[in-house]
Design a protein around this ligand. Structure first.
Ligand SMILES: [Ca+2]
Length: 224
């Protein structure tokens, strides 16, 4: 009888042991994984704005462009053009023939002319933007008169004309084109708008209906 009780007790212990092992396995199976250690790396970007130091060196803004004191036309028309306000000039081209270049210089402006009513004026102009200041300046220009023009009576004339928004059109320095060869016209403009000139024009015109076609040359236009 004792042997039977001992056997039962041993079997019971074995059963309890097995039960405990089984429970431990179950607990391990449902336990959460240990939390990971997250390493947070903060990236700090710093934007640095550098503000330059501004030194105010501004001076008065000029209202006029620097004056080109002389147009000698060595290689082109230097901004001068046939102005449709005076269509007696049918075109203006660059001349390289030294015979028709004033004062022994190279090149001149060649104005091709056809004067017939109502084409009584020929204009060759140059525009300025910004304006130029001709106050106290003398404008000079040479014009070559061919014999066919010089013999006309009454003669043709030439003069210098300026334009400004303030003063409109003003002209001076008129000469009669009655002498063959190079002729000088000159004029010291004055009055309203002379310090803000936006256009200078060399004008050829006539006062009588004596038609003429041919060529005049213009050279050495200066503001001094
Ligand atoms: Ca020239």
């Amino acid at each position: 009888m004792k042997r039977v009780l001992v056997l039962i007790l041993v079997l019971s212990c074995i059963a309890v042991f097995c039960l405990l092992v089984s429970c431990q396995k179950s607990i391990n199976a449902t336990s959460p994984e240990p939390e990971s250690t997250v390493l947070l790396t903060a990236t700090i970007t710093q934007t640095v704005t550098i503000t330059p130091t501004v030194t105010n060196t501004a001076t008065a803004t000029p209202t006029n462009t620097p004056i080109i004191t002389k147009y000698s036309f060595p290689s082109d028309l230097e901004g001068w053009y046939r102005d449709v306000m005076g269509m007696g000039f049918t075109s203006v081209a660059h001349n390289t023939d030294p015979e028709y270049s004033a004062l022994g210089t190279t090149g001149s402006a060649q104005a091709n002319c056809n004067f017939y009513s109502p084409m009584n004026l020929g204009y060759m102009s140059r525009d300025y933007s910004p304006t130029i200041n001709l106050d106290g300046k003398t404008i000079k220009a040479y014009i070559y008169v061919p014999s066919s023009l010089a013999v006309l009576s009454p003669s043709y004339y030439a003069h210098i004309q300026i334009h400004s928004l303030a003063g409109g059109y003003t002209f001076g320095g008129a000469i009669d084109l009655d002498t063959e060869g190079w002729n000088l016209m000159q004029w010291a403009p004055a009055g309203i708008g002379v310090n803000e000139v936006d256009r200078v024009t060399i004008v050829v015109g006539r006062t009588a209906p004596n038609d003429w076609s041919g060529v005049v040359y213009i050279d050495e236009i200066s503001y001094e």
